[in-house]
Design a binder for this molecule. Structure first.
Ligand code: UD1
Ligand code: UDP
Length: 395
């Protein structure tokens, strides 16, 4: 992955601070990939990567695409894993890595079980933690569940907080985190997305022959994703009911849904939506295909955190199938709308946008409140400052 990063100062190999990056799911991998490359290219640090493989196939696709060299693979995923089973495997296996690596700093990301358990494993070994994408909050422990708890617990254990936005910084300050421990960076997902868009453009990349190339040229495309645990059961039943009805009402529209591999998502989605001609149920798409789909989409219906942050860069409206969000910036900017998981509400909101091009136009964002593609550069600068490798202001 050819990233442009500042060249390093000469630092002897003996003196180099040891960094251990830990992640395990698809979104963490996408968001940490540009940072890993930036840190390794800098040369000022000894950088090691531990993947927990909380996700297996969905993680591996990102590792391959971004050419990420892995030092430890904990291979923790099991089918239909419970949160407690997952967390106990994570904590036990991460402890061995912490003991073997003895890093000066562990870098974790976001709000997954991997993030929370890696922070705890580091803390209990007396190792400092830096948290990337710190400070996001809904204020509601049930939504998203269990992520709101994961990120709050991680914050308590964190030495250095890389907050993507000013509002995330304020959340941390309100919890008593010292201002000096917070660095506002933008979200690294914008760095990753910009790299991918440039890569697709330079290669003139098109998907290989298959479902995506058979989508009718010029037909409006609604892109869908969904995986939140708090929507399992009735929430997914409602979402599927809405999609079936929308596909029936709008036969000229293509509905494209890469379905998350969680069995709690696969089962209802395939049971309720298989066999609808203009509704394509696909396996999860690798990031290259998914970015291509986002670029083609007329609108995006999702509950994803990362997609909320990416869509503004691509000027795509997002209807968010959740009751609350920890990412208020795009709501304020008008490019994301909360629609919940009630079928009637989803049908009404999607119909409004499909029937009225002006409503879509009104939701197109001018800029991305989540970042400018320079988040990794700021994190790198702050880490150099933290370890006394360079003086200066990362802004
Ligand atoms: C996890 C994170 C969530 C994040 C999401 C991104 C937690 C508690 N949840 O949720 O915050 O938004 O990832 O997608 O950390 N599976 C596979 N192959 C894969 C990936 C998943 O088969 O490559 C299936 C497995 O049966 C697995 C299940 O999905 O047990 C659930 O995976 P898990 O990571 O526990 O939860 P997610 O819903 O993916
Ligand atoms: N994504 C992808 N393929 C897909 C669906 C999503 O590459 O089929 C990407 C998406 O662009 C974003 C990230 O995965 O960068 C979001 O992952 P997800 O929605 O699973 O998790 P969340 O962001 O909600 O934690």
């Amino acid at each position: 992955m050819p990233l442009s990063v500042p060249s390093s100062l000469a630092v002897s190999a003996v003196a180099r601070p040891r960094l251990l990056l830990v992640f395990g799911t698809r979104p963490e991998a996408i968001k940490m990939a540009p940072l890993l490359h930036a840190l390794r290219a800098d040369g000022g640090f000894e950088v090691r990567l531990c993947v927990t493989a909380q996700h297996r196939q969905m993680l591996d696709e990102v590792l391959t695409l971004f050419e990420l060299q892995v030092d430890h693979d904990l291979d923790v995923m099991t089918t239909g894993q419970s949160l407690n089973g997952l967390c106990s495997r994570l904590l036990e296996r991460l402890d061995g890595v912490m003991a073997a690596e003895q890093p000066d700093l562990v870098l974790v990301h976001g709000d997954t079980s991997t993030c929370c358990m890696a922070s705890l494993a580091a803390f209990q070994r007396g190792i400092a933690v830096a948290h990337v994408e710190a400070g996001l909050r809904t204020g509601n422990l049930q939504a998203p569940w269990p992520e709101e708890a994961n990120r709050r617990l991680t914050a308590v254990l964190t030495r250095l907080h890389f907050a993507p936005t000013e509002s995330a910084r304020h959340n941390l300050l309100a919890e008593g985190v010292a201002d000096a421990a917070i660095c506002v960076t933008g979200n690294t997902v914008v760095d990753a997305l910009q790299w991918m868009c440039q890569h697709l453009e330079e290669l003139g990349w098109q998907p290989p022959a298959g479902t995506l190339t058979q989508l009718p040229e010029g037909a409006p495309l609604v892109l869908i994703t969904g995986h939140r645990r708090e929507s399992f059961g009735e929430g997914f039943a409602q979402i599927c009911q809405a999609l079936a009805e929308l596909a029936r009402r709008y036969p000229q529209v293509q509905f494209v849904y890469p379905v998350h591999l969680n069995p709690q998502v696969q089962e209802p989605v395939h049971r309720l939506l298989d066999g609808i001609a203009n509704l394509q149920l696909l396996p999860p798409q690798d990031y290259r295909h998914f970015v291509w789909l986002m670029q083609r989409a007329s609108l995006i219906l999702t509950d994803s955190g990362g997609v909320q942050e990416e869509a503004p860069s691509l000027h795509k409206p997002v209807l968010l199938m959740r009751t609350t969000t920890e990412r208020p910036e795009a709501l304020a900017a008008g490019c994301v709308r909360l629609v919940g998981t009630d079928a009637a509400r989803i049908i009404a909101e999607v119909s409004r946008l499909l029937d009225d091009p002006a409503a879509v136009q009104a939701m197109r964002s001018a800029s991305n409140p989540y970042g400018d593609g320079q988040a990794c550069r700021r994190i790198l600068a702050r880490l150099r400052q933290h370890f006394g490798l360079v003086q200066g202001n990362p802004a």
